[in-house]
Write a protein that binds this ligand. Structure first.
Ligand code: UDX
Length: 481
């Protein structure tokens, strides 16, 4: 299914990101940078499931490619359907094994590939077996990656899997400090580890996948590119230096990519798996600075009916204006229509000060001066986008790396305030009031503006992330085999 890139002397890089929104988007940003600034040929591989989603959401030219930048798709073993496949992470990871032979055939059909960039274990291993240089592009933070790297030790220490389900509920995770992880603060708790560890099942597929993929990233790639910036995660990155392949921090990618002049052919290439509603930007235009709460739980997290209703009343009672992304599959994986779950009194009472939609251009929303706070599930992209825009966060981690991200946002970078996982409307309301009007909110705003400045410097030409990108190209991607 590939439109082969033309034969040329330019390096030819093949991207194959894990097929979820939070991975595909930064991978496309990195690919655009390599193509625009360094003249690389790019082949960008989607799974067929995601290709179908992209074609539903955009005009066909979003995937027809441009000279020197083509798209390909390989089967993913999933039945054709409209569902958001990334909601079942373990199933998706297992299904990706079926993509490997198709990936091998694709590579054989393409002009010679100089380097494969991926975060999928099977793809990195297959690339290496084919004699190709491969590089991991890790799309979450270094801190969560470091925590995942400790899982083998947690198993060896007899902590993982947990002995009884009770340990997952009774505060054991909150009480158990893990103070021995190099480069991580001494106050990190088991609760702050990625949620994949929360199991009592010795056969848990996610734990098995985690252990083998962490070993793969230690041994298989020639380098690991992290979507972060040096100053944000300096200690963790330094501690990784001795135990992992060479590391390069190249983020925040939205800030680097925003320097590519607009209006070029690259603008037609899309990574959003859902159709964006741009009308929300019009709605924001009339709002005062820092006056609107932006609410989004990313592309995977789901809420039950009660949680949705508590968030709704918390927002309503805070009396703030809000822009809320409610995906069609947000409530119980789409089993419930959000519009049927939200109370009519809430809809009626807030209609003058809310805007609800199912997908927005999030970077542009966060960069809008009207946004005063971001109620977020702490997906890594969302956090970097919020920091880059200088927007303080209310953190409601849902799963995966988001617990680690939230802990860092609240305790290390001091740009966020956590909301309990079982928060009721009163807690949501008072957290929103605090971040929008309170002293703590003002303090977080000051701090996040400092981080915004650091992120901006990192992403400027000559800044650390630019330099790291140039280094990984010179030292790894373009090295002769
Ligand atoms: C998941 C994990 O949760 C995340 O922690 C991990 O780092 C990557 O995979 P997701 O839950 O979707 O990703 O969150 P996030 O990392 O924040 O990625 C969502 C992306 O979708 C962001 O780049 C965000 O800008 C974009 N988005 C979200 C939109 O463009 N529009 C929306 O309406 C909502």
């Amino acid at each position: 299914m590939a439109t082969p890139a033309p034969h040329t002397e330019k390096p030819h890089v093949l991207f194959f990101p894990f097929p979820a929104q939070g991975h595909v988007k930064p991978a496309l940003q990195l690919a655009k940078l390599l193509h625009h600034y360094h003249g690389f040929q790019v082949t960008f591989v989607h799974t067929e499931h995601n290709r179908r989603r992209l074609l539903r959401a955009h005009r066909p030219d979003a995937l027809s490619g441009i000279p020197g930048f083509c798209f390909a798709a390989v089967p993913d073993g999933l039945p054709p359907s409209d569902v958001n496949a990334s909601q079942d992470m373990a199933a998706l990871l297992l299904s990706l094994e079926t993509s490997v032979p198709h990936f091998r055939n694709l590579v054989a059909d393409l002009p010679p590939v100089s380097c494969v960039i991926s975060d999928i274990e099977h793809i990195l291993i297959a690339a290496k077996e084919m004699g190709l240089r491969c590089v991991t592009f890790w799309t979450t933070g270094a801190c969560a990656f470091m925590a995942c790297q400790q899982c083998q030790q947690l198993v060896d220490m007899g902590i993982l899997p947990f002995k009884e389900a009770e340990q997952l509920r009774n505060g054991y995770l909150d009480r158990t400090v893990v103070d021995w992880v190099p480069g991580m603060p001494k106050h990190i708790r088991l609760r702050d580890f990625p949620s994949f560890i929360r199991t009592t099942d010795p056969e848990d597929p996610m734990i098995k996948i985690l252990l083998s993929s962490m070993a793969c990233h230690r041994t298989t790639p020639s380098a690991i590119i992290f979507h972060t910036f040096d100053e944000l995660e300096r200690e963790t990155i330094a501690a990784m230096a001795g135990i992992l392949p060479p590391i390069y921090a190249v983020g925040p990618l939205p800030l680097l990519v925003s320097q590519i002049p607009v209006g070029g052919a690259l603008d037609t290439l899309e990574s959003n798996l859902s159709k964006e509603n741009h009308a929300c930007l019009e709605w924001l235009k009339g709002k005062g600075p820092n006056s609107v709460v932006y609410v989004s739980f990313g592309s995977i997290a789901t809420l039950n009916k009660e949680q949705l209703v508590e968030f709704a009343w918390g927002l309503a009672n805070s009396k703030q204006e809000f822009l809320w992304v409610i995906r069609d599959d947000l409530v119980n994986n789409g089993a419930d229509e959000p519009a049927n779950v939200l109370p009519p009194e809430f809809l009626e009472g807030t209609k003058a000060r809310n805007y609800m939609t199912n997908w927005v251009p999030q970077d542009a929303v966060l960069q809008h001066e009207a946004i005063g706070a971001f109620l977020t599930h702490c997906g890594w992209n969302s956090m970097l986008e919020s920091i880059s825009a200088g927007v303080p966060m209310l953190c409601w981690p849902f799963g995966a790396d988001q617990y680690t991200n939230s802990r860092y946002a609240c305790s290390e970078w001091r740009v966020g305030m956590e909301i309990s996982s079982d928060a009721k409307r009163d807690e949501v309301e008072s957290a929103i009031r605090e971040v929008m009007e309170g002293e703590r909110g003002k303090e977080m705003k000051r701090t996040v503006m400092e981080w915004k400045e650091k992120a901006t410097v990192a992403a400027m030409p000559g800044g650390p992330s630019w330099v790291n990108l140039e280094k990984v190209i010179r030292e790894v991607i373009c090295l002769a085999q």
